[in-house]
Design a protein around this ligand. Structure first.
Ligand code: BDR
Ligand code: CA
Length: 312
């Protein structure tokens, strides 16, 4: 039976590839809805981009909701320097024709978790955790109904990408992250330690391009766009494809290894706000609260991604 999920996202080219991977995998994944959040770019753009992505896959039937337009306690920090002005720069895509749902994304999350049988819905946050935390605050009863939260965010050995100490998704809304990590819901984390190994090298991007399909070309062009920034920054062989690791984990958990450890979120310090303090070496007696991934089989990951994108 496919796993029922809600994708919570701030597209973002890598979010977009994650959505396509999920849409291309109906035997593994049933998308109940996509909730947009402010992150890489403001909410109006992420809500629009999520719909553009569905239309790239010819899936205007997917329900897309707009959620929170700002973090819980601080002003929004965006990442146009990485993702471009629209958040989805690269290929020239038409404005979506499908409509945004009227319901607020947070209410959709709450309602879905209340209606579906307990333990059957997985939340997949690919951006700041504002929508998820707001849902947990507004409706504490949903915590025990979530099957699992599989999220992209944080870092331990790789430390930070938006500040020296913090990864973008957690940095943008650390108060929300703290609520999520303290919620008691089973959590799987794809931190930079994993995603910095999911590099789109030239041959891997060529594999997308040479699929010869519209979605294949679009994926290659998204990557071409945001890799210019990462290559400059990290001098790496290609851009990290962060968010699709979350969806890949649902399909092929065997591609990932990690440790079940305690993860706390720094919310106070000016210097290290948004840091994920992961007790990787288990040097405290703080109770483990998350499966914190550390490694992936990158070739297996890209083989899966290419095979699935080819189906669209
Ligand atoms: C995360 O930040 C965003 O820019 C990406 O979409 C990803 O979710 C990586 O730090
Ligand atoms: Ca994202």
């Amino acid at each position: 039976m496919p796993r029922k999920i809600i994708i919570d996202t701030d597209p973002g080219q890598d979010d977009a590839v994650a959505i396509l991977l999920a849409l291309a995998s109906p035997e593994d994944i049933e998308i109940l809805g996509i909730t947009a959040v402010a992150g890489n770019v403001p909410l109006a753009l992420t809500a629009k981009n999520a719909r553009k992505v569905c239309e790239v896959a010819g899936r205007s039937d997917v329900k897309v909701f707009a959620g929170c337009d700002r973090p819980l306690a601080h002003a929004l920090v965006t990442a146009e320097h990485v993702h471009g002005k629209t958040g989805l720069d690269g290929p020239d895509l038409p404005d979506p024709t499908m409509l945004l749902q009227d319901q607020h994304g947070v209410d959709f999350i709450i309602e879905t978790l209340r209606v579906e049988p307990s333990g059957t819905v997985t939340l997949c946050p690919l951006g700041p955790l504002t929508n998820i935390a707001t849902a947990l605050q507004k409706a504490p009863d949903i915590a025990e109904k979530v099957q699992e939260i599989v999220l992209m965010g944080g870092a331990y050995f790789e430390v930070g990408n938006i500040t020296p100490a913090a990864e973008f998704n957690i940095y943008v809304d650390p108060e929300a992250a703290e609520i999520v990590f303290k919620s008691g819901v089973p959590i799987v984390v794809m931190p930079l330690d994993v995603t910095h190994k999911a590099l789109v090298t030239a041959p891997r991007n060529e594999a997308f391009r040479s699929l010869g399909t519209h979605p294949g070309t679009v994926v290659a062009e998204w990557t071409d766009f945001f890799e210019r920034f990462d290559k400059e920054k990290y001098g790496s062989a290609g851009a990290p494809l962060h968010d699709p690791t979350v969806i890949a984990y649902l399909i092929r958990p065997d591609l990932f290894t990690g440790r079940y450890v305690n993860v706390e979120i720094e919310t106070q310090s000016e210097l290290t706000r948004g840091m994920t303090v992961a007790d990787w070496w288990r040097v405290t007696d703080r109770a483990p609260n998350a499966m914190f991934m550390g490694d992936l089989d990158a070739d297996g990951f890209f083989a899966l991604l290419t095979e699935r994108i080819a189906r669209l």
